[in-house]
Design a protein around this ligand. Structure first.
Ligand SMILES: [Zn+2]
Length: 262
């Protein structure tokens, strides 16, 4: 391994550790606590934790997620090392680490946590001002908020209509929301990073990606004969799709230049 490769490989590995740790600790205790076993709640010894070994107390395995995260971050780190982008390698890795924390926690807990939202807001402001200057950055954040508030209240309206329908048919109403407050803050963060006018395109692309996956899921349910009345509400966490869309725009710029109307 040449010395130059050891920097992105090491940085990718450390970023993976940070993501795995935050995704283990934050959803449970909301603070930077010692990671505990999901099965027996015992604190992990640090060497066993960092090597993704089984819980020494109960033998509970950590599963595939730690390894997927480590591999993904090393690949992303190598990619951004060799394909420079506007914000530079180090800031890019910070942003990718934040993206990954939000995605993993959202997929595992259907939650976007306030501590990650706050960290994202600061990081997004910093990157936006560094890359796009202050006015497009603030306008981007405002634009992201405005677009998402409209979608959020449409979602609330939809939930109310659905609860009324469930009540009319004698079913238990739930409080599932397609878009949560965390998604609204995430859109503001992405608005800071992408700036105005790119944010509207970023959110639109995210909604399209989420919609396409939703249709594919529903088709798969229909084809496998498991499509029931309630399956109409396949839960789609939009956060990961907004992030995926922002990733395409920020880190695959050659592709986007050809698509984005200016
Ligand atoms: Zn255990």
């Amino acid at each position: 391994m040449t010395p130059v490769l050891s920097v992105p490989i090491l940085a990718g590995w450390i970023s993976g550790w940070v993501i795995n740790y935050l995704a283990d600790a934050l959803p449970i205790t909301r603070r930077l606590s010692r990671p505990t076993c999901r099965q027996c709640n015992q604190e992990y010894p640090i060497p066993a934790y960092l090597s993704f070994g089984r819980c020494p107390k109960c033998g509970h395995a950590r599963g595939l997620r730690p390894w997927i995260v480590q591999a993904a971050m090393m690949i992303l780190s190598l990619y951004t090392w060799f394909r420079p982008h506007a914000m530079g390698y180090a800031l890019g890795m910070l942003l990718l680490t934040y993206f990954a924390v939000v995605i993993v926690i959202d997929l595992e807990h259907r939650l976007i946590l306030h501590p990650t939202s706050m960290a994202g807001t600061l990081l997004g402001l910093g990157i936006g001002i560094y890359v796009n200057r202050i006015i497009p950055t603030l306008l981007g954040g405002l634009g992201g908020l405005a677009i998402m508030f409209v979608l959020y209240y449409l979602g609330v309206l939809f939930s109310k209509l659905r609860a009324r329908r469930l009540k009319a048919t004698g079913q238990e109403a739930d409080d599932e929301e397609a878009l949560g407050a965390g998604d609204v803050i995430l859109a503001c963060v992405l608005g800071f990073v992408l700036g105005w006018p790119l944010i509207w395109f970023g959110l639109l692309l995210g909604i399209l990606l989420g919609g396409i996956i939703g249709v594919v899921l529903i088709l798969a349910l229909i084809l496998s004969g498991r499509y029931g009345k309630n399956a109409l509400m396949v839960f789609i966490p939009y956060g990961p799709f907004f992030i995926l869309s922002a990733f395409f725009i920020l880190f695959l710029p050659n592709w986007i230049v050809n698509v984005m109307p200016r």
